[in-house]
Design a protein around this ligand. Structure first.
Ligand SMILES: Cc1ncc(COP(=O)(O)O)c(C=O)c1O
Length: 235
């Protein structure tokens, strides 16, 4: 399904469902664009997906939204939407990617189906203990969310001044249009800054930058200016 303004076209996805459709998969916020589905469009999709289709919502970046997130958990609790699966991870805002742990939220009937194929002991004990502690660490979550918001704003403002196009992001990274994405990615890597080239997503002119600490963001911006031959002081 072609993207619309770099985001998912949920209405078109809904209209493309046929009796043969088994799964509709939506990452929201999306990777690599960072776009967020409009609340009304998301609720419409959830309400209109027919019962024979499993609707998977990958919410890997949902914690970065704070109060702007659409909370679909009550719908599942109420026993409606037995074909809805929410997927979350500890790899993003919680910073525990190396522990390989995440979770899903779904109706008991759907969870029972997953239990049939789940490997025994699939999540190790240390990961479970760390994840459980992470859920309680609200201070870390709000600090990281705040750092992310100011980092996104830092890059958005800098790129506005440099007249580089960006896609407004709701995740912990943002896309910036740099011309030859592969070349700029390689140039940055030589300077010790790792970004992601986007040709694999049919966005060859773009790179994706992950938000870091303020010092890391500054370093990334300085390196990018160097690679793109902008005067060092221009920001
Ligand atoms: C949308 C989305 N879902 C899931 C993941 C991966 O999560 P995990 O580390 O839990 O496999 C990523 C990470 O890049 C992602 O962007």
């Amino acid at each position: 399904m072609p993207a619309k303004n770099y985001g998912h076209d949920l209405r078109a996805m809904r209209n493309a469902i046929t009796p043969q459709t088994r799964i509709v998969f939506v990452a929201n916020p999306n990777n690599p664009t960072g776009t967020l589905a409009e609340r009304a469009a998301l609720v419409e999709l959830v309400n209109e997906v027919p019962p024979h289709v499993l609707l998977v919502l990958d919410e890997a970046y949902i914690e970065f939204l704070g109060n702007d997130a659409v909370d679909l958990v009550p719908l599942i609790r109420q026993g409606r939407h037995k074909n809805l699966l929410l997927m979350r991870t500890f790899s993003k805002i919680y910073g525990l990617a190396g522990l390989r742990i995440g979770y899903g939220i779904a109706a008991p009937e759907l969870v029972a189906a997953f239990e049939k194929i789940r490997q025994p002991f699939n999540i190790n004990l240390l990961a479970q203990i760390a994840a459980s502690a992470a859920l309680d660490d609200e201070a870390h979550v709000s600090k990281t969310r705040q750092n992310n918001l100011s980092g996104l704003e830092f890059f958005a403002q800098a790129f506005r001044q440099l007249k580089l196009e960006t896609v407004p992001s709701h995740a912990n990274f943002l896309l910036v249009r740099v011309g030859d994405g592969a070349k700029v990615f390689a140039g940055l890597q030589k300077l010790g800054v790792i970004t992601r080239p986007m040709a694999g997503y049919q966005l060859p002119e773009w790179i994706r930058i992950s938000v870091g600490t303020p010092a890391e963001n500054e370093r990334c911006l300085a390196a990018l200016k160097m690679v793109l031959d902008f005067p060092a002081g221009k920001n």
